[in-house]
Ligand binder design. Structure first.
Ligand SMILES: Nc1ncnc2c1ncn2[C@@H]1O[C@H](COP(=O)(O)OP(=O)(O)OP(=O)(O)O)[C@@H](O)[C@H]1O
Ligand SMILES: [Mg+2]
Length: 317
């Protein structure tokens, strides 16, 4: 495998609310290698976006570290962090709400470049190149984002994320708001740009069909913690954590003939992130849970070949 670009170590984010501390991210560790696409999957509210925002340091962690190329982002001064941040970018789900309607497309794409101190002329020519790269006409420079369709707006968001020549892009549900036909175009664009620019993606999604198409490895998250981390192939062909298997088996399958007969479907309510179950967080929804699962939090274990799983009773192949 190639070199490690990003290291996340024991990352924790608790949000203080009136009802108590929301344990949004609770002791998450993983690495992302240069040039790969690592997907982050899990049900709504499990902490995916919070994790993405922590990595970009858009929010401060309660504890834990994020290292980019070995450098601890938490130890950088304001100025150093701003510089380092140009190497980290994000693409959001809803390109419209993430783009300020008062700016032209050109200004929006150029904004990260201005923040880096690039002069006007250089900015303009760079934006033209970026428009070409994401498949938008150069004429769009002076137009406003509301004049565009969802897919085109996402292309604007991608151009803006690319502007500062980042190494890592966090893609937070980048195609979830788009029609299926447009989704494929945007996914293909992301793949093509990855190849051309050696980009690394942390790809957040709850759509397992999308994840299967785009990602090299998959990280499965449940209630603020990681359950399993493995190659995309292993996740689909030999999942070890019951939650991974149930997520995959519960995903909508257009052709019922392809449903496996021994499907394990997700059941039960999501526990509260304020009072998560002791032991394994998935124990209240797991058909295999034992007393040990209800009392002892399972540790992440390496089963070889880069297949990691945190479960007392993994589903062995
Ligand atoms: N600013 C905040 N204050 C309080 N709680 C928050 C805040 N941001 C997120 N949370 C809570 O943290 C948990 C994780 O939220 P997060 O948005 O990271 O989930 P997610 O996996 O991205 O969900 P989705 O798939 O719906 O986007 C949720 O319980 C959410 O309500
Ligand atoms: Mg989210």
């Amino acid at each position: 495998m190639s070199e490690v670009l990003l290291q996340v170590e024991n990352l924790v984010k608790y949000f203080k609310t009136n009802a108590g501390k929301v344990k949004a991210v609770d002791g998450v560790s993983f690495e992302v290698c240069a040039g790969e696409t690592l997907a982050l999957v899990g049900e709504s509210g499990c902490g995916k976006s919070t994790l993405g925002r922590l990595i970009l340091r858009l929010i401060e962690p309660t504890s834990g570290t994020v290292r980019l190329e070995g450098e601890d982002l938490g130890k950088l001064s304001g100025k150093q962090l701003r510089k380092k941040r140009s190497q980290l970018q994000i693409i959001f789900q809803d390109p419209f709400s993430s783009l300020d309607p008062h700016f032209t497309v050109g200004e929006l794409i150029a904004e990260p470049l201005r923040a880096m101190g690039m002069g006007k002329e250089e900015r303009e020519s760079r934006v033209m190149t970026l428009l070409d790269q994401v498949g938008l006409s150069r004429d769009y420079y002076t137009r406003y984002p509301h004049q565009f369709s969802g897919g085109q707006r996402q292309r604007i968001g991608i151009a803006r994320a690319l502007a500062s020549s980042p190494k890592l892009i966090v893609c937070d549900e980048p195609v979830s708001a788009l029609d299926v036909s447009i989704q494929a175009q945007i996914l293909n664009l992301l793949r093509q740009l990855q190849k051309e620019h050696g980009l690394t993606y942390l790809f957040i999604s709850h759509d397992l069909a999308v994840v299967r198409y785009i990602s090299d490895r998959i990280c499965v998250m449940f209630l603020g913690q990681l359950c399993e981390l493995c190659s995309t192939r292993d996740a689909y062909e030999r999942p070890m954590h019951p939650y991974t298997r149930m997520l995959i088996d519960s995903a909508p399958e257009p052709d019922p003939e392809f449903h496996r007969e021994d499907r394990l479907l997700l059941q039960g309510e999501m526990p509260s992130p304020i009072h998560p179950p002791a032991g394994c967080r998935f124990c209240t929804r797991c058909p295999f849970a034992t007393e040990e699962c209800r009392t002892e939090p399972p540790e992440m274990k390496d089963y070889g070949g880069g297949h990691l799983c945190a479960c007392h009773h993994p589903l062995l192949p």
